[in-house]
Unconditional design. Structure first.
Length: 87
């Protein structure tokens, strides 16, 4: 339990932010899974088009601090390589 009033307020704020962060993380996982499924099913044209959506989700997550910038770069790089390999 928070001891001071400011600690209690900080706790409430962190709980509100957690909702948004969890939502962004779930969205990120969903789009990555969908891209991998498209590649697996050999839908290269759709995968290539969907890759822009995946990049956008990764960039938003990095911008908001859900994932670190280097982790975002690594994910984009690996997924890009995966899409190119499928062609």
């Amino acid at each position: 339990m928070p001891i001071t009033r400011s600690a209690a307020k900080a706790h409430r704020v962190s709980l509100r932010k957690k909702v948004f962060n969890d939502r962004r993380q779930a969205e990120l996982k969903t789009v990555v899974k969908k891209l991998k499924k498209l590649v697996e099913e050999k839908n290269t044209k759709e995968a290539k088009g969907y890759f822009a959506t995946v990049q956008k989700a990764i960039d938003k997550a990095a911008k908001k601090g859900v994932i670190k910038p280097n982790a975002a770069a690594r994910k984009k790089s690996r997924l890009s390589k995966l899409v190119k390999k499928a062609q």
